[in-house]
Design a protein around this ligand. Structure first.
Ligand SMILES: Cc1cc2nc3c(=O)[nH]c(=O)nc-3n(C[C@H](O)[C@H](O)[C@H](O)COP(=O)(O)OP(=O)(O)OC[C@H]3O[C@@H](n4cnc5c(N)ncnc54)[C@H](O)[C@@H]3O)c2cc1C
Ligand code: FES
Length: 322
């Protein structure tokens, strides 16, 4: 059953800089941790930041499960987010102190789901996009050898990339899971010199790519390339998209991306959303999709999909990559 997101004041229990580029914020929030899934996200509001008043979205980089107390209520539980400073909101976040409380809404969106019947789960992350893959790697690695419907051995492999060694995170955490990450950096300061997508191609070419599923997160050009490679090798692929967000709950269309609208060959073009309030959370998903199917001269039919509601994890072939 789908659980509603909670709005809470989470207590900061740890906040540290993990590389010159990245920070990790650990928040105690048992109500959110109880139903959080890898690939889902939270929206953080920084009370004194009025410009703009919007919350900022961050993925779970670690989920610390909540435990039910014998007498009722929840003990412990929380999560970590790993973030990179890119603007006002994230710069303000660096000043948050242990013991402070932050306004959080979550868990939100659709996280990763397990592709069944595959023997190799291949995770590929670029830069800060590695963060949401960490709890997913933990979950998949924990299920090694216990595939539903049989005792099939499941291999979890992880490919990490970044501009340089400071932009590659999670190596220690991944090793703790008993996994050996393959790494590529653009400047060659860690792992092989090159792009992480080169590693992906090499992996798929060198081993049998049958019975493989890909899960990816990173910058858009990287994801577009991963989607291309997955299609070329006919491998199922899930991608976590990071678009700019306003409401985070499906109401404003601020996060819309173009999604292929299969079977819409006969539809008349309609106008694209302008980013205003054109839907509400209660609006049936289907009618919104139908209403928004669009075609621009000869290009594939598409509709606008809300990253915060229908994603942020999508099947790669659903996305209209441009
Ligand atoms: C579902 C989801 C999960 C995310 N998870 C993480 C995470 O785990 N760690 C993390 O560091 N970041 C994550 N992001 C991105 C993060 O939300 C933005 O970096 C943050 O909102 C920027 O806020 P700001 O006020 O510092 O920057 P702003 O001042 O708002 O913008 C500064 C610059 O960053 C760019 N920018 C802002 N938001 C985004 C975005 N979503 N994607 C690409 N560029 C953007 C702007 O175009 C601008 O150039 C996630 C985004 C989404 C949608
Ligand atoms: S951010 Fe408002 S609909 Fe997604």
């Amino acid at each position: 059953m789908k659980k509603d997101p909670k709005e809470i004041k989470g207590k900061i229990v740890d906040h540290r800089r993990v590389t010159p580029e990245y920070y990790v914020l650990k928040i105690q929030a048992p109500e959110i941790a109880l139903s959080a899934r890898p690939g889902q996200f939270i929206m953080v509001r920084l009370d004194d930041l009025h410009d703009p008043l919007l919350r900022r979205p961050f993925s779970f980089s670690r989920i610390l499960p909540s435990k039910k107390k014998p007498g009722g209520g929840l003990a412990e539980g929380g999560f970590e987010v790993c973030y990179q400073v890119v603007g006002r909101g994230t710069a303000r976040m660096t000043r948050l102190r242990k013991g402070e409380r932050v306004d959080i809404l979550g868990p939100l969106g659709r996280g990763f789901w397990r592709e069944e019947g595959v023997e190799r789960q291949l995770l590929i992350g670029g830069g800060i996009g590695i963060a949401p893959l960490l709890p997913w790697a933990e979950e998949l690695a924990g299920k090694k050898g216990s595939a539903k419907g049989g005792a099939k051995e499941i291999r979890v492999e992880i490919l990490l990339g970044g501009k340089n060694s400071d932009r590659v995170l999670g190596v220690r955490e991944i090793k703790k899971l008993g996994l050996e990450p393959q790494i590529a950096t653009e400047d060659g300061s860690l792992g092989l010199p090159g792009m992480v997508t080169d590693l992906l191609e090499r992996e798929l070419l060198s081993k049998s790519h049958k019975s493989t599923a890909i899960y990816a997160c990173g910058p858009m050009p990287m994801l577009a390339r991963v989607a291309q490679v997955a299609e070329q090798f006919d491998v199922p692929c899930q991608v976590l998209l990071e678009s700019r967000m306003a409401c985070g709950v499906g109401a404003c269309l601020g996060c819309a991306v173009k999604i292929r609208a299969e079977g819409k060959d006969q539809m008349e073009p309609t106008s694209a959303p302008q980013g205003g309030l054109c839907g509400s959370e209660e609006e049936p998903e289907k009618s919104l999709r139908e209403e928004m199917a669009v075609r621009i001269s000869g290009a594939p039919f598409f509709r606008y999909g809300r990253v915060c509601k229908e994603g942020p994890v999508f099947r790669a072939q659903e996305i209209l990559w441009e």
